[in-house]
Each structure stands twice: as C-alpha cells, then as structure tokens.
Ligand binder design. Structure first.
Ligand code: PML
Length: 261
C-alpha cells in the first residue's frame, strides 16, 4: 500500500488565510515508512531557515496503485558558475536551447526577479510570446503527487553544493532530490517544454533549467539572503487543443500521481 505524505508550514496563519509560506515537502511512501517521515517533516517545518512557523499541515492520503504513472528521471548536468549574473546568463542560453523564445525567457526571468513574495506554485508562460497562461495570481500552479519509485534514491542522490550555506535538515541534498523529482514529473507533462527555478531558501543559491530530457543544475542563480524564489513552466500552446486543454495540463500537474524511476 502506498501513501502520499504532504507537509506545508506557514507563519501568520494557514496559507489560505493569508499566512506566509515557509516550507513544504512531499513523499510517496509504503505504510512502514510513514511514521519516521512524519517526524522528519515535522522537525523540518519547525527548524527552517526562513523562520519560525505557527501553522503546520501534514496530510496522509492513500494512493491507488492503478492510478500511478511511472516516468523516467531526467538526466543531470551540473554547471559551476561564479556569480548570479553568470548563472542567469547560462540559464537564458539553456532555455534558448530548449526552444523557448527570447521574449518568453526575458518575461520568465523578469517575473521571478520581480516577485514581492515567493509563490506556492509555478507561473505558466507561453513559450512563444511569454504571456502568462494561468489565472492563479500569486498562488500559481503547484505540481504535486510525485515521488521516487524507490525511496532509497533520496539518500543515494547526494549532491551538496558548497555555494549553499544551508543546514539540509539532516538529509544531504534534500533540496536537490525534491526538485529533481518535481522537474521529472513536470517534464513528463504533455505541453510543458522547459522549467526555470530557484529556491526561496535564503542560503540556497542553486537553481535549475530543466527540459524534456535534462535537469541542468546551475550553482548560483540568486543573491545570498534573498528569500524569494519560484518556478516558471514554459508551455508550448501548439500542443494544446480541444482534447487536451490547459485545464487538462494543470490537472496532470496537480492531481496525477507520478513515480520517478
Ligand atoms: C526549491 O527549494 O523548491 C527549489 C530547489 C532548487 C534545487 C536546485 C538544486 O539543488 O538542484
């Protein structure tokens, strides 16, 4: 039996009542793995670099095995840069190689740089003209319902980046592992051709550009101390039609359970 375990924490009340998002995590686990993970998530919510919380929600939901889709993990490329400027320049090149048009690249990076607060989910942008496609304002579209098919991967993939001066909640590489799982699910979503992301954790400077095959990890994409991060999903609207609409694409991101192999 498999279960989806989700944690979200905030300050100033629950997210839906205007609380500020502090942290979130998600796993898909067997029943015998749940207890330890709940304690880890609770501790992680309590001890976060972004500050103390007054709301923690931990949800456990059974997953029907016949509803699971299995998709491959993206391959990983690592780029070591010396500054945010170099990182953002490289990000633009990688997005261009991923078939995102210049105007959409500028809008995507500009949208993240202009955020006044971190978003809970992602902004969906048209990869050709850079127009925003979702109507979710600062909430965005949250990709959820994913995990490694083999949870041992969370311990095995250990890629610590010295640029990030963070306490990784006793699980080395946790940011990376979780982002890799999310990006692999997003890459499997019909219509999405690329993703841009950097973290809202003030001491975590690494970000990535992923596309349909590769997770391109860039060592520095923002200034140290910056608590604002987010995600942009670039959508090829030519792949949408009456049988597969933007709502179907969003449903896949939000509801389809996906395990990464
Ligand atoms: C996040 O915190 O959600 C973003 C994490 C980005 C991880 C980048 C990496 O280490 O590869």
């Amino acid at each position: 039996m498999l279960y989806n375990i989700k944690m979200r924490s905030s300050k100033g009340g629950p997210h839906e009542k205007g609380g500020k998002h502090i942290s979130g995590a998600e796993r898909i686990l067997r029943d015998d793995e749940i207890e330890d993970e709940i304690i880890r998530m609770y501790q992680r919510a309590l001890n976060h670099e972004k500050g103390s919380v007054d709301f923690i929600n931990i949800k456990i939901q059974k997953v029907d095995e016949e509803d699971i889709v299995y998709v491959p993990q993206l391959s990983i490329e690592e780029f070591d840069v010396k500054s945010k400027e170099e990182g953002l320049k490289l990000a633009k090149e990688l997005l261009k190689e991923s078939d995102v048009e210049e105007i959409a690249i500028e809008n995507g990076i500009g949208s993240l740089l202009k955020l006044q607060d971190s978003m809970h989910g992602a902004i969906l942008l048209d990869k050709d003209n850079g127009n925003r496609l979702d109507d979710r304002a600062s909430r965005g579209v949250r990709a959820t319902g994913m995990g490694f098919a083999d949870n041992f991967e969370y311990e095995r993939i250990d890629k610590i980046n010295p640029a990030n001066d963070v306490n990784e909640e006793d699980i080395p590489g946790i940011h990376f592992n979780e982002a890799l799982v999310l990006a692999s699910k997003v890459a499997s979503c019909k219509g999405i051709i690329a993703e841009l992301c950097w973290s809202d954790d003030p001491n975590y400077l690494t970000g990535y550009i992923s596309n349909e095959t590769t997770y391109n990890r860039i060592s520095i994409m923002k200034d140290k101390g910056n608590t604002i991060g987010g995600r942009i999903f670039f959508v090829d609207t030519n792949l949408l039609d009456d049988d597969y609409t933007l709502d179907d694409l969003i449903d896949y991101l939000e509801k389809q359970v996906v395990l990464i192999e």
